[in-house]
Write a protein that binds this ligand. Structure first.
Ligand SMILES: NC(=O)c1ccc[n+]([C@@H]2O[C@H](COP(=O)([O-])OP(=O)(O)OC[C@H]3O[C@@H](n4cnc5c(N)ncnc54)[C@H](O)[C@@H]3O)[C@@H](O)[C@H]2O)c1
Length: 349
């Protein structure tokens, strides 16, 4: 077996700590160190016993990471990721790839120039039941022609979640932070998004950034979709609560996605395919349950990232794919800001 790869964790906040825990648990990985400019985050990192640095240049001068994970606030993904790529270090960049399309294009160009891979941290795509859903919809045609899709992200985040200043400002908010997951999965499961209409509001929290959003989607090929999000509504309909993929959230088993076609309708995370026994709504309808294991998707993502860093696999979510999700997110925010339909901008990939 080859030597464990040394992984540098850049940003030691909520998700950076989750990544470090999985690096420590993986026999094929070891922590090269942690980078964070915040003294409190560094103090927490020092308790782990790994080398801790206040900036990336200091870390690159003193360690030789085989790969790195960028888990900084969304508006601060691009600079460290480009620096790492220029140093020849493969990078897992947390989702969304960047806060805007300009940043996404910079990263697409940096990957092309350096020839060093980026894996975008859309970890849900590593879940076996997501892969099973994609096979059903995109390969087996189990729904017939897809006509309609719906995703809900309705949660009540605790007020303490908003202690870090960046989470209250543009560059965060449920569109970029949470719908980045859901819009990415709808692209993955249904197809590319050609046009969006949207409205946002901040009635509950009153931050500069939205707390609530409603989005209308037009997919390539003509299917329509709706997505709604709020981080101020206590409810069971979110991937976090419905999937049970992270034990910190109570599991509800309530579906938060529905995809419908001419032959049937699929709901997930509990993967249920609904079909009538005969021709239409007066005949019995039943759900076929597809069982796919629920896994620690962040651990599976790390496993895959190690293979990417060793040159043994192509990224499951490459930089241009993450960039297209950023283009959809930017279109949503522009549509909400202007009140007019928007086409996701070209990302140069
Ligand atoms: N995959 C997921 O499910 C998931 C979950 C949570 C967050 N995220 C994403 O991860 C990113 C971080 O979110 P978070 O909630 O962990 O944020 P956070 O505020 O908890 O942590 C970010 C950390 O980065 C540090 N930081 C800031 N600038 C830095 C720099 N230049 N170099 C190194 N460190 C720097 C901050 O001091 C902080 O400790 C966001 O893009 C978010 O969307 C993904």
């Amino acid at each position: 077996m080859s030597a464990p790869l040394a992984i540098l964790v850049v940003g030691f906040g909520l998700i950076g700590r989750e990544h470090l825990a999985r690096i420590r648990a993986h026999p094929g990985a070891r922590a090269a160190g942690v980078v964070d400019p915040d003294p409190a985050a560094r103090a927490a990192a020092e308790a782990t016993g790994f080398p801790v640095f206040a900036d990336l240049d200091g870390a690159l001068a003193r360690t030789r990471p085989d790969a790195a994970i960028v888990a900084t606030p969304t508006p601060r993904h691009v600079e460290p990721a480009v620096r790492l790529l220029e140093a020849g270090v493969p990078v897992l960049v947390e989702k969304p790839l960047s806060a805007d399309v300009a940043g996404a294009r910079t990263l697409v160009a940096a990957v092309r120039r350096s020839g060093v891979p980026v894996l975008v941290g859309h970890h849900r795509r590593h879940q076996p039941f997501v892969q099973a859903a994609r096979r059903l919809v995109r390969e087996e045609g189990a729904l017939g022609r897809v006509l309609l899709a719906e995703a809900l992200f309705w949660v009540r985040k605790p007020d303490g979640y908003y202690a870090p200043d960046w989470r209250r400002r543009p560059g965060a908010g449920p569109v970029l932070t949470n719908l980045s997951h859901d819009l990415d999965l709808l692209r993955h499961l249904v197809g590319e998004i050609e046009e969006v209409r949207a409205a946002t509001a901040n009635l509950a929290r009153g931050f500069e950034v939205e707390d609530t959003a409603a989005v209308l989607l037009h997919f390539e090929g003509g299917a329509l979709g709706t997505v709604s999000a709020s981080d101020a509504v206590p409810a069971p309909w979110s991937w976090e609560l419905a999937s049970g993929e992270n034990p910190v959230y109570p599991k509800t088993d309530a579906a938060c996605y529905r995809i419908g076609g001419t032959e049937g309708a699929l709901e997930l995370p509990p993967l249920r395919l609904w079909r009538h026994a005969g021709d239409g709504w007066t005949t019995p309808i039943a759900a076929l349950h597809h069982h796919a294991p629920l896994t620690d998707a962040l651990a599976r993502q790390l496993d895959h990232f190690l293979a990417v860093a060793r040159g043994e696999a192509e990224p499951l979510v490459p930089v241009h794919d993450g960039a297209r999700t950023v283009a959809v997110l930017e279109a949503v925010l522009r549509a909400a800001g202007t009140g007019s339909p928007q086409t996701p901008p070209d990302v140069g990939a």
